[in-house]
Design a protein around this ligand. Sequence first.
Ligand SMILES: Cc1cc2nc3c(=O)[nH]c(=O)nc-3n(C[C@H](O)[C@H](O)[C@H](O)COP(=O)(O)O)c2cc1C
Length: 377
Amino acid sequence: MNDTLRTKLGVPFPLFAFSHCRDVIVAVSKAGGFGVLGAAGFSPDELETELTWIDQHIDGHPYGVDLLFPENMALAGEDPSRVTDLARGIPQQHRQFVADLLKTHGVDPGGEADAVRVSRPPSLLRAQGVALLDVAFRHPIKLIVNALGLPPKEMFEGARAKGVLVGALAGAREHALRHVEAGVDVIVAQGGEAGGHCGEVSTMVLIPEVVRAVRAVSDVPVLAAGGIMTGRQMAAAMVLGASGAWTGSVWLATTESETSEIFRDKMVKARSRDTVRSKGRTGKYSRQLKSAWTDAWEGPDSPGALPMPLQSMISEPALQKATAAAERGVAGGRELVTYFVGQGVGLVENVRSARAVVQDFREEFAEALGDLDTLAS
Ligand SMILES: Cc1cc2nc3c(=O)[nH]c(=O)nc-3n(C[C@H](O)[C@H](O)[C@H](O)COP(=O)(O)O)c2cc1C
């Protein structure tokens, strides 16, 4: 295990928390872990507001930002101001499928105009991502992370100028080696159990495979991601050679999280088999909680997912309507509600504060090390 990362980032306990929620970032970093704000869904102005708030509340503790620059994505180079034109690329068949799915679940699909998210440019367009990067580098972040491909040159240049480390997610050994060759400072090896976009190799196999391959060519540290919900799993990942744990799903079941109460309730009830890796939300495979929405996109009548980012442009407004209807008590709306979450959802027993989650991780981690120590002595 390479332990230089803790020193470089100034983080006492190498538990990394990916979250879209600024309160989680602050709570985790203040409790000795490292919060990373998932920024891909924000506009540049919104990101500025979020990071300013974090700076005001985090008491100087370290934190990072995560962005998505998909390497393989239709329309990546489009001008963000052409978002209305992009929406025209969504076929009528897909619009109708979504409208019918909502209607059969008692959710009003609304008019044509609000069926597609055209209110803002998809943040995955390259120009929009670069605008978000500019905002991120105006704040005292310690780490910037990219997923869905190699970090772009703007990320490396900005990071080097500011003394910020660059991280990148990898779902396979080959991806990790490409990142190392490109100059990435931290690899996040993410197994197929993970919530959100993920590959197929399980964390248990991926971590030793990536650690061995990376160690053979460099001293770049590897963080383990995918399915890690407890301190014991974190210890296991570090025994496998990881320098820390990178987590996402566990923060969705916190009191601070951005998720709806309905989704949190579904998380508590769900078991590890209740997730699915589907293209039906973003157009690329991502792991989500199974629901009537994911069943429909995987079912025989599905028109098939559109390429990223078009699929998100029709799925996000529809799922927002489903959640709003569920909150008004519409049973069909509740059936549709879903969100990105990993197989570790089966380990969620209750909703806790983010601070309590970090404390539980620390206690369990120490217990696990104590158990191993007893065995070794
Ligand atoms: C709701 C949600 C959204 C995510 N969005 C992103 C993202 O925008 N960028 C990213 O690098 N990873 C994203 N991920 C993946 C996380 O960074 C992390 O690798 C993953 O959650 C780890 O697996 P776990 O969910 O089992 O803890 C997301 C995960 C979740 C649960």
